[in-house]
Design a binder for this molecule. Structure first.
Ligand SMILES: Nc1ncnc2c1ncn2[C@@H]1O[C@H](COP(=O)(O)OP(=O)(O)OP(=O)(O)O)[C@@H](O)[C@H]1O
Ligand SMILES: O=c1ccn([C@@H]2O[C@H](COP(=O)(O)O)[C@@H](O)[C@H]2O)c(=O)[nH]1
Length: 232
């Protein structure tokens, strides 16, 4: 009787531990769209708006997002002294090609782990500009699938021409090696051939929220806010 009671108790405890562990899994929103669609701009506004407010009614659960741009992480790695991937990343970025996922996924995983090590409550991530092709998706699935839950894809949709104009305008001051006409033509091709099919794949799973990104920053954000408030 005592043994049965102990067994039931330990099963109960382990199921609670399992549920808590699952509940604490980081939650991810993939943010996708063409080059210059406004992904980074909107992510910054999300972080600014939702911040890290302590909600005491919610057991002090932190409510906010950490923005991780895969492109920024790659640019950081490119300029890190001693990086063995610096040159490769540099040439892929200039050519608008997608860097092998082994490099990108390690940077993303490390950034997520470091964020959560500093503050366990920072468990909501906006992953901006990833996954961009089937190789990226395969890498995510093999490394991260059981470590994080992808809630949905936030897709900033606008025409190629709007994307190109915004990047060329940004190129006047960004210092980015890929905000020029030649690189942009390649980036748009890569987006259409490799990234659109990934968005389509998530669409068929009912996991894409599309926002018309051709409007002003504030108009776009009004839709983003409505969506995030609704999705919780
Ligand atoms: N809704 C908007 N209307 C006009 N300009 C915008 C809008 N959103 C962003 N921009 C401007 O367009 C440029 C590209 O924006 P942003 O960097 O956010 O795009 P992105 O999708 O993150 O680009 P990339 O994928 O190339 O890094 C920036 O100069 C930004 O200020
Ligand atoms: O997952 C990724 C993200 C980015 N890249 C490369 O970086 C550039 C710039 O990315 P932005 O999102 O526009 O900052 C992109 O064109 C790719 O070359 C990548 O390979 N994988």
């Amino acid at each position: 009787m005592l043994v049965q009671l102990r067994g039931a108790l330990s099963r109960g405890v382990s199921s609670v531990v399992y549920r808590v562990a699952r509940a604490m899994k980081p939650q991810v929103i993939f943010v996708l769209g063409g080059p210059g669609a406004g992904k980074g701009t909107q992510c910054a506004k999300i972080v600014e708006t939702y911040g890290y407010t302590q909600l005491s009614v919610c057991l002090s659960q932190t409510y906010g997002y950490t923005h991780l741009s895969a492109g920024d992480l790659l640019r950081g790695e490119r300029s890190r002294e001693g990086s063995e991937f610096g040159q490769l990343i540099d040439s892929y970025i200039k050519d608008g090609k997608i860097v092998p996922v082994e490099i990108t996924i390690n940077l993303l995983r490390k950034a997520m782990e470091e964020t959560m090590q500093l503050d366990q409550k920072k468990s909501r991530f906006l992953i901006d500009g990833f996954p961009r092709n089937h190789d990226n998706l395969r890498g995510w699935t093999s490394v991260m699938e059981d470590k994080a839950d992808v809630k949905f894809v936030l897709f900033f949709d606008c025409s190629d021409q709007v994307c190109i104009n915004r990047c060329l305008e940004r190129g006047k001051s960004s210092g980015r090696t890929d905000d020029n006409r030649e690189s942009l033509e390649k980036r748009i091709q890569t987006y259409l051939q490799s990234t659109r099919p990934i968005i389509g794949q998530y669409e068929r799973q009912g996991k894409v929220h599309t926002v018309d990104a051709s409007r002003s920053v504030d108009e776009v954000f009004a839709d983003v806010k409505t969506l995030l408030d609704r999705e919780g």
